[in-house]
Ligand binder design. Sequence first.
Ligand SMILES: *[C@@H]1O[C@H](CO)[C@@H](O)[C@H](O)[C@H]1NC(C)=O
Ligand SMILES: *[C@@H]1O[C@H](CO)[C@@H](O)[C@H](O)[C@H]1NC(C)=O
Ligand SMILES: *[C@@H]1O[C@H](CO)[C@@H](O)[C@H](O)[C@H]1NC(C)=O
Ligand SMILES: *[C@@H]1O[C@H](CO)[C@@H](O)[C@H](O)[C@H]1NC(C)=O
Ligand SMILES: *[C@@H]1O[C@H](CO)[C@@H](O)[C@H](O)[C@H]1NC(C)=O
Ligand SMILES: *[C@@H]1O[C@H](CO)[C@@H](O)[C@H](O)[C@H]1NC(C)=O
Ligand SMILES: *[C@@H]1O[C@H](CO)[C@@H](O)[C@H](O)[C@H]1NC(C)=O
Ligand SMILES: *[C@@H]1O[C@H](CO)[C@@H](O)[C@H](O)[C@H]1NC(C)=O
Length: 426
Amino acid sequence: MAILRVSVMRLVVAAMAVAAGVLFFSGAGEARVLLTLDDFGAVGDGIANDTQAFLDAWNAACASTEPAVLAVPAGKTYQIWPVRLAGPCKKKLKLMISGTIAAPASPDEWAGRDPTKWLFVFRVDDLSVSGGGTIDGMGAEWWARSCKRKKTKPCSTVSAPKALQFEECRRVSVQGITMQNGPQFHLMFTRCTDVKASFLRVVAPESSPNTDGIHLNDTTHAQIMDNLISTGDDCVSMVGNCSDVRVKDISCGPGHGISIGSLGKNRTTDRIENVRVDTCLLTNTTNGVRIKSWQGGMGYAHNLRFEGIVMKNVSNPIIIDQYYCDQPTPCANQTQAVEVRKIEFAGIRGTSATEQAIKLACSDAVPCRDLELRNVNLTMVGGGAASAFCHRASGKAAGAVVPASCLAKAPHRMLGDATPAARVGS
Ligand SMILES: *[C@@H]1O[C@H](CO)[C@@H](O)[C@H](O)[C@H]1NC(C)=O
Ligand SMILES: *[C@@H]1O[C@H](CO)[C@@H](O)[C@H](O)[C@H]1NC(C)=O
Ligand SMILES: *[C@@H]1O[C@H](CO)[C@@H](O)[C@H](O)[C@H]1NC(C)=O
Ligand SMILES: *[C@@H]1O[C@H](CO)[C@@H](O)[C@H](O)[C@H]1NC(C)=O
Ligand SMILES: *[C@@H]1O[C@H](CO)[C@@H](O)[C@H](O)[C@H]1NC(C)=O
Ligand SMILES: *[C@@H]1O[C@H](CO)[C@@H](O)[C@H](O)[C@H]1NC(C)=O
Ligand SMILES: *[C@@H]1O[C@H](CO)[C@@H](O)[C@H](O)[C@H]1NC(C)=O
Ligand SMILES: *[C@@H]1O[C@H](CO)[C@@H](O)[C@H](O)[C@H]1NC(C)=O
């Protein structure tokens, strides 16, 4: 009875909001409607369950025949259980997060639900998220239980929820908010096109496992710019088939740096091309700019440019690793690999935390070709010279390259090639 009354109340409140409480305003010739979570009965004290109010508000905004702005009011914290926000929506939608959206702290709240999802946005186009507020994944208990961190049993190998996840989207932007303490990845786009992630602050402890900042999977035309990312894993990473990606003006660290891959896991075909990463400052990261692939994969990483990057105390400032293996048992050597070709590292300077500042460990089966090192200057953090390591990597060096380039001038043979030239130009 009480429950019924509450939901009737909520409906009345919702109806009132739509009928009367709504604000219309025009700008650039379009009327817009402003809805707030509170109109739908949300409490915002950080304790109450505001999930249904959030869903009701989303549904109203998504069904609006005018472009809608859905506000998460400042100064309040709304606790939201895992939600699926599905499109398509009728018109453009803005989610203006000025307060805090927080996840339940206990992983037990995911019992019976998909443990990999929290805020899951599916098939929504023309959405912008902004507002200066915070999305808090409350990941501490997930990290504490993870086998990646807790080496003694009982520990959990279940992959934890990604905080904000978009799947199959177009023209989505996430800008000017804080994303913190994600149980796993903070912001992820899968099978999306025309996306933007900028003016973001993404923070989680250095020790938190798998807390990548921004992750792309099968996504094209992406801009990741003007962000501060400081987490326990990659600041930016991309897998699957991604192209036309610009990563620019990023302050990264601590964390694992900026990563293309891991590609080719479980013999998959991944194609990454036309990626430009420039003007990034990496501090105290375990890698700088990295391309990593599993043996046995297929596809390629082509036309990637890393330019204008400053490293401060970075463990592997420039690294290509075609022998990536992030599993407890050693990975078997295989004769297939993701092809790495036409990769430029230009204007990269600063300090390496390890002696080997450049590591280009390419595949025996499919060596790396057309690599370029141009104006690179990396020294060891305490002073002292760093070194470069190459295995089956060819290309050219231009300008001053410190440590000296180890690239071979002539391409290495592919496994099974009659002559090295056989595959050139293929
Ligand atoms: C919070 O509300 C949502 C949506 O109604 C529900 O799925 C979830 O189970 C609720 N959580 C608790 C602890 O009641
Ligand atoms: C990428 O997306 C595909 C589905 O499109 C999925 O099978 C795969 O597991 C995803 N990979 C990662 C690393 O998220
Ligand atoms: C990437 O593209 C290739 C070639 O079109 C395709 O075979 C593969 O399945 C795609 N990968 C994903 C994860 O969609
Ligand atoms: C890769 O394959 C192994 C064994 O076939 C399987 O246990 C594992 O879950 C797969 N990983 C992914 C990401 O598909
Ligand atoms: C890098 O690490 C050093 C040593 O732990 C620390 O003093 C410094 O503040 C860190 N810098 C950043 C930007 O985190
Ligand atoms: C460099 O990073 C290491 C950890 O990789 C840390 O122990 C050391 O204090 C850092 N040094 C500086 C100068 O920041
Ligand atoms: C793979 O090959 C490398 C180099 O040839 C070798 O050192 C390593 O032991 C091999 N790994 C396995 C699992 O066979
Ligand atoms: C490389 O950087 C070091 C340290 O900043 C500097 O002393 C040196 O002159 C630079 N070398 C080149 C070739 O730019």
